[in-house]
Ligand binder design. Structure first.
Ligand SMILES: Cc1ncc(COP(=O)(O)O)c(C=O)c1O
Length: 203
């Protein structure tokens, strides 16, 4: 797409994709391939050495996933995005990118069950401790923070109670001023960096 500032409706439908030059297909094809053909051994070598941009293996990159990643980045006005196959994988990938053993999370106690277990069992086993707080009293988040707290986590619409998280007060204005659309849940860290994973975002 050109540098023209498109509206959200157009970006939702078309960002990250050009009509197929050979077939004229408007919709993006689904590339059901694991592997890619190389022009030559030298071409393969330069791809594997990250000297040439291109696809090597679909677990690492795939044109269909790349289109979705570009679309999400365009919708969020971001530089890039990373898509994975499930919400649980998205959470773990995002969390592992910013937390290390010895770090601490303050999380809402009203979370999707799989997320609660991921924090309470999986992350704890990896040396990352979570304090769960009642999100209906926003001051609880600040009270539970420690020197080593690296992430404050909540679901804007809690699962399963559908409680609405009051995202303004826990850390103060400015850190929470992110517009969350339906279908998204957000994660934050104490410096106001915002990460999100999208769930059931169908293209
Ligand atoms: C709020 C919330 N977070 C995380 C997940 C996990 O997503 P997935 O099942 O794609 O791993 C779900 C799934 O229902 C969810 O509702």
């Amino acid at each position: 797409m050109s540098d023209h500032p498109y509206g959200i409706e157009t970006l939702c439908l078309h960002a990250g994709q050009l009509p197929d030059p050979v077939t004229g297909s408007r919709a993006a094809p689904i590339y059901q391939t694991t592997s890619y053909v190389f022009d030559s051994a030298d071409h393969a070598a330069s791809l594997f050495n990250l000297q040439t941009f291109g696809n090597v293996y679909s677990r690492i990159s795939n044109p269909t996933v790349a289109m979705l990643e570009e679309r999400i980045a365009a919708l969020e006005n971001g530089r890039a995005s990373l898509c994975v196959a499930s919400g649980m994988a998205a959470q773990l990938t995002a969390i592992e990118a910013i937390l290390s053993p010895g770090d601490h999370i303050v999380a809402s106690s009203l979370l999707y069950g799989g997320t609660y277990s991921q924090f309470d069992v999986t992350l704890r086993r990896r040396g990352i401790e979570t304090t769960f707080v009642d999100p209906d009293e926003p001051a609880n988040f600040r009270r539970a923070m420690r020197e080593n707290t690296r992430l404050v986590y909540g679901e804007t619409l809690g699962n399963p109670k559908i409680n609405v998280l009051d995202i303004e007060p826990p850390l103060g204005p400015g850190l929470w001023d992110v517009d969350l659309g339906p279908g998204f849940y957000g994660t934050y860290d104490p410096w106001g960096r915002f990460i999100y994973a999208s769930l059931r975002f169908d293209f």
